[in-house]
Design a protein around this ligand. Structure first.
Ligand code: FES
Length: 152
């Protein structure tokens, strides 16, 4: 059975999301395992959201925001950074490796930095394997399994 990592990235509208857009328009390669969620600021991403992403099946989570000192809401990214230790502790308490979470700063013009962060996390997840919170995939025909049976 094949396994594809799922990485959820909360990307700040003003920088990381724009960098992702630029990466796409300039045809920079990054893994399709990355799913973007646009947020207005990295400071909006509460630690509970990160934990919920893992509970919903993410193998890794990125929070991507503006470089320190460049947050459009003054100190949102500093708030995000100050929560890093809390998030890592919450993940450890849940039995998850802290490497499954990362904060990344990039500007709207740093498409390569965005793509590199995506590639790096993809490699980390491939090394660690699937999250233990991820529901096992239903067996498909390629696995020799049968389709999920209905009643009757
Ligand atoms: S506006 Fe980008 S991190 Fe705050």
């Amino acid at each position: 059975m094949s396994w594809e990592p799922k990485i959820l990235a909360f990307a700040c509208n003003w920088c990381a999301y724009a960098a992702a857009d630029l990466a796409g328009s300039t045809r920079l390669q990054y893994p399709p395992s990355l799913r973007l969620v646009r947020v207005m600021c990295s400071g909006m991403v509460h630690p509970n959201l990160v934990v919920e992403a893992f509970n919903q099946g993410a193998d890794a989570v990125l929070v991507m925001g503006c470089h320190p000192g460049e947050c459009h809401y003054l100190d949102g990214n500093r708030q995000a950074a100050s929560r890093l230790a809390v998030v890592e502790e919450m993940l450890t308490m849940q039995g998850l490796e802290p490497e499954r979470f990362a904060l990344v700063w990039c500007s709207s013009t740093e498409a390569e930095r965005f793509a590199a962060a995506a590639r790096q996390m993809h490699q980390t997840v491939e090394r660690l394997g699937p999250s233990p919170y991820r529901a096992p995939a239903a067996p498909g025909p390629e696995d020799g399994g049968k389709e999920a049976a209905g009643c009757g």
